[in-house]
Write a protein that binds this ligand. Structure first.
Ligand code: SAM
Length: 283
């Protein structure tokens, strides 16, 4: 979809791109094609798309024969899609009008065990909360995400780096990074002020999903990222979480004087394993 086409459609719909909805529409066909080819979608495969907008990515996905389940918050764009792609691809394109943070897989139920992929040009404001929601079971087999470069760097940040945080630990525990490509502002309408990145990741054979207590401890430690683990864990208020954190630091596998960004994935894994020994059924 060229910039001129997007401008014309938006004018006809009386829609001014909203910053708070991250409405930077893709106007570079090559980026859309690249996203879809990276995802290696096969006909009939279930693909979840977040924020289809005017359908630039959606159309490419549908052209592969995939079954696309999308969730879009802007009702005017939903109406546009219902009059267009939904009619053109009956039984192939399913659109939910709603918030992707509440419905991270669109209308695909969490109980549905069908393997699925995610392909999305994510609205900036929901990148973290949506990732938080999707990083619960069932996980996608792969994700191709177009996001702000800064967010992509957080996902990829290795131990001992400034951008390392809970989301990077969780992504690294469940996915293998395949590639990251920088995408310049001119590929979008309107042009964002920052660089973007196209990130491709694949589910590991044995992905690790952190349960509630280890996750709460991890988040707490990163909230006080300049503090040593021993100091920040002492300040945990929840009794069960504090108990688990104390046992973890007494195991001898983790140096309590380290800061959270210094920890390897294996250290966080030991926290999860310890939790499973004490609360085996917790999710
Ligand atoms: N996929 C389209 C493209 O690539 O041109 C549009 C991408 S644009 C970056 C983000 C889209 O997400 C917009 O259509 C916006 O309305 C939608 N959106 C914003 N917040 C949302 C939310 N919480 N849930 C679902 N969709 C949302």
């Amino acid at each position: 979809m060229a910039r001129k086409d997007i401008q014309e459609i938006l004018a006809a719909l009386s829609v001014r791109p909203a910053k708070d909805l991250g409405q930077n529409f893709l106007c570079d066909g090559n980026v859309a094609k690249k996203s879809v080819s990276m995802a290696q979608v096969v006909p009939g495969e279930l693909v979840v798309e977040i924020g289809p907008g005017l359908g630039a990515l959606t159309e490419q996905l549908l052209a592969t024969g995939a079954e696309v389940h999308a969730v879009e918050l802007d009702g005017r764009l939903c109406e546009f899609l219902r009059n267009g792609l939904v009619k053109r691809f009956p039984g192939k394109f399913f659109l939910l009008h709603g918030d992707a943070v509440a419905f991270p897989r669109g209308d695909v139920a969490a109980e549905d065990k069908t393997t699925y992929a995610v392909v999305a040009n994510l609205p900036y404001a929901i990148t973290s909360p949506w990732l938080d929601a999707i990083l619960k079971l069932p996980l996608p087999k792969s994700m191709v995400l177009l996001t702000q470069l800064e967010s992509a760097e957080r996902l990829l940040a290795p131990p001992r780096s400034r951008r390392r945080g809970a989301i990077g630990v969780r992504i690294g525990a469940a996915f293998r990074m395949i590639s990251m490509h920088k995408i310049p502002p001119q590929c979008f309408h309107p042009r964002p002020k920052v660089q973007s990145a196209l990130v491709h990741m694949q589910l590991l054979d044995e992905p690790l999903v952190f349960s509630q207590k280890p996750l709460a401890i991890m988040r707490h430690c990163f909230q006080f990222r300049r503090k040593q683990l021993a100091t920040s864990c002492r300040a945990i208020e929840n009794h069960g979480e504090k108990l688990l954190a104390e046992r973890w630091l007494h195991l001898g596998t983790v140096d309590p004087h380290l800061r959270p960004e210094d920890l390897e994935l294996s250290h966080w894994r030991s926290l999860q394993q310890l939790n499973c020994e004490h609360w085996p059924t917790e999710v």
